[in-house]
Design a protein around this ligand. Structure first.
Ligand code: GLC
Length: 486
């Protein structure tokens, strides 16, 4: 069989440009596909934060004209390799859009202001224009989240009908997070050089006087998937559908739920260079050394009898911090320590800082993203806390299990699919402070029964959390897309 050729197009890629879980997926799933024989490549913007010394680059195409609204910009394409692999990464270079720093203009604005949306519209258009200049033609364009959601719209309007090169391309659109949609006023259509009459999806979307890129991705891609089987069911309901459940229902036949994995080479307690003491299931007791180091670093009492709860998270509405903040009085009294790493919404940051100041001997917060510190928390904590309001998949709970750190999670989305109550972690149901508190009590009780606790931790470590089987599901889906249109 001919090798499948797949181009991932995304706004983030670990380790070159990371904000959240999207970057982890784009940095790991292609590796698993490659292992199974897929000719896979990745395309992202050439943000100025990507250091060419760290990631040596080569220019492969220059001065490609790309139209946006009434201007033509010139684009260069660079390539580099995904570190440690032979996977080609294409970088779209255009100073007007990608020269000023980070991945997104604002810290957590995955949602998108007009300027941000315009910027990613440009990226999508430039991706399409650059395809004939790569010397390699993909079969599938695998688009991710709203940033790349307009690509199938252009394919169906401007490109496919006039250029034979584009006619055979198929699109898969992955929703990593339905809450972030990329919504802007109708001027965006002018920016994108399409009119509402060009497609029924645009006409429908424009009725309320705005354009929602997520809606366009859903309605115009050949297939859509999200990142866990439970989340795919949840988003078809008004409770989790973020107002798009009716739109998603229109595409229900082409909508799939494929569970994310984690990069088990990167996340491996027996080879991790960032942690104090490496360990495996067999040497599980050595994990204690990491716990003591973490307690010390946080300024906690170094005491093996007190369970440490860790959180590594974007500090957003999604992640359930309001429950934690509601429990502030109870938390102080609980015989536990809590360490949090992450950045995000200013109000959440402020509330957590206030909390940690009041109880600095048992609560510690690091307001940053730091990959090394994250590993120390995964390895040094006794439990990993994820009380999410909703969770498309969640990677933290899987990384934690790989490190023998049982997760305490709310049963939603991918958390419901990956953590089993009292088998690999502690699961609670209601999105309520009371339910979280009860789960914390359960975890503390388990911790004081070393036999039960160790069994839970080791069961988590023994699971296959790699991308292997999900990569095969993606491959079947790619093949299905190609077969159904040829
Ligand atoms: C987003 C989601 C998270 C998911 C990740 C990768 O960050 O919030 O649940 O694991 O994307 O798909």
């Amino acid at each position: 069989m001919k090798a499948l050729r797949v181009l991932f197009i995304a706004s983030e890629l670990n380790p070159l440009a990371k904000v959240g879980g999207l970057a982890d997926v784009i940095g790991a799933l292609p590796k698993a596909l490659k292992k199974q024989g897929v000719d896979v490549r990745i395309m992202i913007p050439k943000y100025s934060m990507i250091d060419p010394k760290q990631y040596p680059m080569q220019r492969i195409a220059r001065r490609i004209p790309v139209r946006l609204y009434n201007r033509t910009y010139l684009v260069n394409v660079f390539t580099t390799k995904l570190p440690g692999t032979s996977i080609t990464v294409y970088l779209i270079d255009q100073k007007d859009f990608f020269a000023d720093g980070g991945v997104y203009y604002s810290k957590t604005a995955l949602v998108g202001t007009f300027k941000e949306i315009e910027r990613f519209l440009f990226f999508g258009r430039a991706a399409l224009e650059s395809l004939p200049h790569l010397g390699w033609k993909p079969d599938i364009l695998h688009c991710n989240d709203w940033h790349t959601a307009f690509i199938p719209v252009w394919l169906k309007t401007i490109y496919c009908c006039h250029h034979p090169f584009y006619a055979s391309l198929r699109t898969l659109y992955t929703i990593h997070n339905l809450a972030n949609q990329g919504i802007g006023d109708l001027k965006l259509l002018k920016v994108a050089n399409v009119s509402t009459r060009a497609l029924p999806s645009l006409e429908r979307d424009a009725r309320n006087n705005d354009i929602d890129l997520m809606v366009q991705g859903i309605l115009t891609s050949d297939a859509i998937n999200t990142v866990s089987p439970t989340y795919v069911k949840e988003i078809l309901t008004p409770e989790y559908g973020e107002r798009l459940d009716p739109v998603l229902k229109l595409r229900q036949r082409d909508l799939y739920g494929i569970l994310n994995g984690i990069d088990t080479d990167v996340f491996n307690p027996s080879t991790d260079v960032h942690i104090r003491q490496r360990y495996s299931v067999k040497s599980f007791e050595q994990k204690q050394i990491n716990k003591a180091a973490l307690q010390q670093m946080c300024g906690f009492h170094v005491d093996p009898r007190v369970p440490v709860f860790g959180m590594v998270s974007r500090l957003t509405h999604q992640k359930g911090f309001d429950l934690l903040i509601k429990l502030r009085k109870e938390l102080i009294k609980l015989p536990m320590q809590l360490v949090i790493l992450g950045t995000g919404d200013a109000t959440i940051e402020k509330a957590l800082v206030a909390l940690s100041k009041r109880s600095s001997r048992t609560m510690c917060i690091f307001l940053k993203f730091d990959a090394k510190l994250a590993q120390m928390i995964y390895a040094g904590s006794d439990f990993f806390l994820m009380p999410s309001r909703f969770e498309p998949c969640g990677l933290g709970q899987m990384i934690a299990m790989r490190y023998g750190t049982p997760p305490v999670v709310r049963s939603t989305g991918g958390l419901a699919d990956t953590v089993r109550h009292l088998k690999t972690g502690v699961v609670f149901h209601d999105y309520a402070a009371k339910a979280l508190l009860a789960a914390l009590h359960t975890a503390i009780r388990i911790y004081h029964n070393p036999h039960v606790y160790t069994a839970l931790a080791k069961a988590g470590m023994r699971q296959d959390l790699s991308w292997g089987s999900s990569a095969q599901v993606y491959m079947r889906l790619y093949r299905k897309l190609l077969a159904s249109h040829s």
